[in-house]
Design a protein around this ligand. Structure first.
Ligand code: GLY
Length: 464
């Protein structure tokens, strides 16, 4: 946890942003794997963590905008609980660490909310993404669980998004730490890859590093010879000569801040000529996008710059043709790059995605609908304190190639006969994390090997 003053200041700021009523922040419950006592590892709700700091299940927090108070609700352990899970500080003791001296049992929360409803006070809540919290809203506020996300308070969502989007120095230090651990995960993978090793063996070691650092992974590890599948969580293949291995993995720091890096490496000690060519185009797009980050620049421009760089490179190797700007405007590049250039990162790997991408990335405007562009998560001007990922890639997805070819689309821009020769190439991506500074950007955490020379130098080191 941070110092109590950090949480007090965060709540003070929130009090200024919302007009009236109460804000109900629901902490998470344990999440059963296959029966109630056998649970996934506990992950607290990020907005609850942000304002209340407490990392235990079964809690809720209320900010009262008229009284200017904050209260934590939850039940202390009984002796029955202590027998199985050991003695714990009381909720009153824990809450002091977040600068809160008002606590009460969870049953009291039901009464407070009932009274608020009776007197016509507004109870603001954020969109629930877990069923048990949706059911609490039903029980306490009479909100239909199927409609709960749509009934969330837009005023509270906007206030939370604008506050969490700009990271404080204490958060940036945590993110630097998460990225340092993530870099170690990636360098280790680069030392491990070789023909015959299993994807699962590499994923296991990458996960071990995150756990050994006192946190965990920030999201399920993507580690695959099929890098063309954007979120490939299958680790069942063995690496073969001629493959490339794409790793997209990040650590969550002990304070629950995320790192998120991607690397692509040859299974052989060196890239083949063709692998190198495509890798360098994707890397040029990465460097162009990262170099464009600064306050005031819209992330949409950063994305389109990456798209244009990819088109120019693919034209050079004969996979695309025609006017690059027209190709990007039409969306033809999305055959190779069907997603966005990056996203915000913080307590969540896709920061605040539970609050709605239109609020986080689009300031309330609707998202784009064009294939490719519709997957861009962030299209707003950058501000100092934003933390974002930059992760353009080039992917050869056989099913997408077949579909577009059969539809005979974008024939002015795509050289399908040549693309056919790459259908088993896989995918390539580099990803790093950046803080927007007053004058530009700073890459977060330790540098990871990225150029062809740097990656091959690590591949040449003694293997683990
Ligand atoms: N790096 C994983 C993701 O952005 O979803």
């Amino acid at each position: 946890m941070f110092a109590p003053r950090i949480y007090m200041e965060r709540r003070r700021r929130l009090l200024r942003e919302v007009e009236s009523g109460l804000a109900l922040f629901l902490g998470n419950e344990e999440s059963p794997m296959n029966y109630p006592d056998n649970t996934f590892s506990f992950r607290q709700d990020s907005s609850f963590l942000y304002y209340f700091g407490l990392d235990q299940p079964g809690l809720a927090g209320v900010v009262d905008f008229e009284e200017g108070t904050a209260t934590v609700y939850g039940d202390d352990f009984t002796v029955d609980d202590i027998i199985w899970r050991g003695p714990q500080p009381t909720i009153g003791e824990r809450s002091k660490a977040a600068g809160i001296d008002r606590t009460a049992p969870i049953a009291r929360l039901a009464e407070v909310l009932k009274e608020a409803r009776r007197t016509g006070r507004r109870v603001h809540f954020l969109p629930p993404y877990r069923a048990d919290n949706a059911f609490k809203l039903k029980r306490w506020l009479g909100v239909d669980p199927d409609k709960a996300a749509g009934k969330a308070s837009v005023e509270l969502i906007r206030a939370v998004v604008e506050q969490r989007a700009v990271k404080g120095p204490e958060e940036i230090a945590e993110i630097d730490r998460a990225v340092d651990i993530s870099t170690e995960m990636h360098v280790t993978a680069m030392r491990m890859v070789r023909p015959g090793i299993g994807e699962a063996e590499i994923a296991a070691e990458v996960h071990r590093i995150a756990l050994a650092a006192g946190g965990d992974i920030a999201f399920p590890i993507i580690g695959s010879v099929h890098g063309e599948t954007l979120h490939n969580h299958h680790h069942g293949n063995r690496l073969k000569k001629g493959n490339m291995f794409l790793l997209d993995a990040g650590a969550e720091s002990p304070g629950h801040y995320a790192g998120d890096l991607s690397s692509t490496m040859p299974v052989d000690l060196k890239f083949t000529g063709r692998q190198r060519e495509i890798y360098e185009i994707a890397l040029a797009a990465h460097e162009a996008a990262a170099g464009a980050l600064r306050p005031g620049v819209n992330n949409l421009e950063v994305h389109l710059l990456a798209c244009r760089t990819i088109v120019l490179g693919l034209k050079d190797v004969g996979l695309m043709k025609g006017d690059p700007d027209e190709a990007v405007r039409a969306g033809a590049h999305a055959l190779f790059f069907p997603c966005g250039v990056g996203h915000m990162m913080g307590l969540d790997i896709h920061d605040m995605e539970d609050l709605g991408e239109v609020y986080v990335g689009y300031e309330g405007r609707p998202k784009f609908t064009q294939f490719g562009l519709k997957s861009l998560r962030l299209a707003r001007p950058h501000q100092p304190g934003f933390v974002v990922t930059i992760e353009p890639g080039i992917y050869f997805i056989p099913q997408l190639i077949d579909k577009w070819r059969a539809e005979n689309i974008f024939t002015d821009f795509i050289v399908y006969d040549k693309v056919e020769k790459y259908r088993n190439f896989g995918g390539v991506r580099n990803e790093e994390d950046f803080l927007i500074t007053p004058k530009g950007r700073r890459r977060l955490g330790k540098a990871k090997p990225k150029t062809v020379g740097e990656v091959e130098a690590v591949r040449a080191e003694p293997r683990i």
